[in-house]
Design a protein around this ligand. Structure first.
Ligand code: ADP
Length: 161
């Protein structure tokens, strides 16, 4: 059984993330999408809210599971017997950071955790969670970036601030 983990902040999940999830779920037998609980960032959505959004958006994919973790990805991967991490590459700007992350994870795991990169579908290459939040905070149109039920929750967050 080929199992992989797709770790990330997913704050919030966008169509770019969903595209990677859809494609990775065809490559691997089981894909675990895992939300990183990062204390150093102030997120718009709690980890529980992000997990709920991802579960709803991936309901149609029977081999996709959604989870969360804190701390090092390498520890989480070792505890769950996961040896492949999936990450998305949008542009050259992602490359340097992702390369460093992948090499660090390989080293920290003693060679047990490798990273597989999927390049973004071109229509989502411009998309990032932070740009979605910025546009939404000014009441802009995010309908091409996230599913409707996610857009509603984002606008609700900004309304209640
Ligand atoms: P991070 O985990 O770096 O805090 P994200 O949660 O935004 O950031 O992203 C998780 C992963 O998904 C990263 O590998 C990132 O490059 C990738 N990703 C983000 N947006 C897109 C997109 N529009 N298309 C493809 N991959 C993406």
């Amino acid at each position: 059984m080929k199992r992989a983990v797709y770790p990330g902040s997913f704050d919030p999940m966008t169509y770019g993330h969903l595209d990677i999830i859809n494609r990775a779920s065809e490559i691997f037998d089981v894909l675990i999408v895992s939300v990183l609980n990062n204390n150093q960032k102030t997120p718009l959505f709690s980890v529980e809210e992000r997990v709920k959004i991802l579960r709803e958006a991936t309901r149609h994919l029977s081999n996709v599971k959604v989870d969360s973790f804190s701390g090092l990805l390498t520890n989480y991967a070792a505890e769950n017997d996961l040896h492949v991490a999936v990450r998305g590459l949008r542009a050259i700007t992602d490359f340097e950071y992702e390369l460093q992350l992948a090499q660090t994870n390989r080293l920290l795991s003693g060679g047990k955790l490798d990273t597989v990169f999927l390049t973004t579908s071109l229509e989502y290459a411009y998309l990032s969670s932070s740009s979605v939040k910025e546009i939404a905070s000014f009441g802009g149109d995010i309908s091409k970036a996230v599913p409707d039920f996610v857009a509603e929750q984002i606008f609700e967050k900004y309304r209640s601030r």
